[in-house]
Design a binder for this molecule. Structure first.
Ligand code: CDP
Length: 198
């Protein structure tokens, strides 16, 4: 069975948490596509060459979740050749047998426009910054500035900008607990599965 769940949204909206929970619930594989861009940014040197040669060791570095790695990721993510080098890997992951959840910025719009389910997860910038700050610590105002700067770069770039697909289900998690957000995501997917069976 092939079944793709595309989960997009701005920085620290809860995509990762929701994706992991959804993947565990349905027994699907999960790909955090942000990690690919973080690994390219962290590698240094020519980003296009880094994207073309990305390997497991690059993806297992322990410094990929830092604010600096997020910034570096969003800078290399504007380069069309970097994005192009990562397309095939993401698409074949999405169509693997047994179902897949991919989270990122352009999964529903560019990578998997035919995904069975598309979710666009958002929350206010302040709530997102607070959640990221709880993960990384440091100065909360700086974390908020970083989130806002990255969202702006991601939304304004020419290639694969951050935006909801026309048929995405919007999930605003500003006032939702993790459990409530996961529950809503699972509901949206089950609804689509039922439609598929009807
Ligand atoms: O975890 P968080 O939402 O903060 O970021 P991420 O998903 O790890 O993505 C880091 C950066 O990679 C983003 O700010 C984007 O610039 C870029 N990215 C992208 O362009 N396309 C994707 N599918 C995923 C990430």
């Amino acid at each position: 069975m092939q079944f793709t769940v595309a989960i997009d949204g701005p920085a620290a909206a809860g995509k990762g948490t929701i994706s992991r929970a959804v993947a565990a619930h349905f027994g699907f594989a999960h790909l955090d596509t942000g990690l690919l861009y973080r690994a390219v940014g962290a590698k240094g040197g020519d980003p296009v060459a880094a994207a073309r040669a990305l390997n497991d060791a690059d993806l297992s570095r322990d410094d990929l979740r830092t604010l600096a790695a997020g910034q570096a990721a969003s800078r290399v993510a504007v380069i069309p050749e970097v994005r192009a080098a990562l397309v095939e890997f993401q698409r074949s992951f999405a169509r693997r047998e047994g179902g897949a959840v991919l989270d990122g910025r352009d999964i529903g719009t560019v990578i998997c426009p035919g995904a069975e389910v598309k979710l666009f997860v958002t929350a206010s910038p302040e709530v997102r910054a607070r959640r990221r700050w709880l993960e990384v610590g440091g100065d909360e105002a700086l974390v908020l500035a970083e989130v806002i700067e990255r969202d702006k770069r991601d939304a304004e770039r020419a290639t694969a900008p951050l935006r909801p697909a026309a048929d995405a289900v919007l999930l605003d998690t500003t006032e939702l607990s993790i459990d409530a957000a996961v529950h809503k995501a699972i509901e949206a997917i089950e609804k689509r599965m039922e439609q598929g069976r009807a």
